[in-house]
Design a protein. Structure first.
Length: 135
């Protein structure tokens, strides 16, 4: 894109649609439904994007403080992860992620499938915690 908009600096309360992805057959468990670990990975990516934008740079996941699978995700579901920055500390950012699934391209069938709270730490080039400035 020639004139891509600049990445906004996220603040507490900001919510973004951080990840949107189609659940594929390769992401299934032995029973044929979507593997929970795949969903956890999408959630971590979604949380890290909001945390990166809040911290103004590189972050690492320090904790998954809660994770709830509410309903199963099935092959073909369009999965959307919404990330909300809930706290910006000295070096850490806390993010709530809510996940919704849309089966068979039917917007009326969208339903919540998971929710999680994750913590990220801003790090410097030596991987040490970095104070978050400019907020
Ligand atoms: C993240 C890491 C740099 C933190 O280093 P540390 O010296 O333990 O840092 P601290 O104990 O000073 O904690 C740093 C911040 O994290 C917060 N934190 C630590 N554990 C936390 C938890 N369980 N939940 C929420 N916040 C937490 C602290 O409160 C602190 O926040 P603040 O500065 O905003 O007050 C270090 O633990 C690390 O490198 N971990 C591995 C990260 C990683 O590789 N993740 C990907 C796994 S594949």
């Amino acid at each position: 894109m020639e004139n891509a908009p600049p990445i906004e600096r996220r603040r507490v309360g900001d919510t973004i649609l951080a990840v949107r992805v189609l659940a594929m057959p390769k992401d299934t468990n032995a029973a044929g439904d979507i593997f929970g670990g795949w969903l956890m990975s999408q959630v971590d990516i979604a949380g890290s994007i909001a945390a990166w934008q809040a911290a103004g740079g590189r972050v690492v996941t320090v904790a998954v403080n809660s994770f709830r699978f509410i309903k199963p995700v099935l092959v073909g579901d369009l999965v959307s992860c919404y990330s909300q920055v809930t706290r910006i500390g000295n070096t850490s950012v806390t993010v709530d992620v809510e996940v919704y699934a849309e089966p068979e391209r039917d917007p009326d069938a969208v339903h919540k499938v998971a929710e999680a709270t994750l913590a990220y730490v801003a790090i410097d080039e030596d991987r040490n915690p970095r104070p978050i400035s400019g907020i």
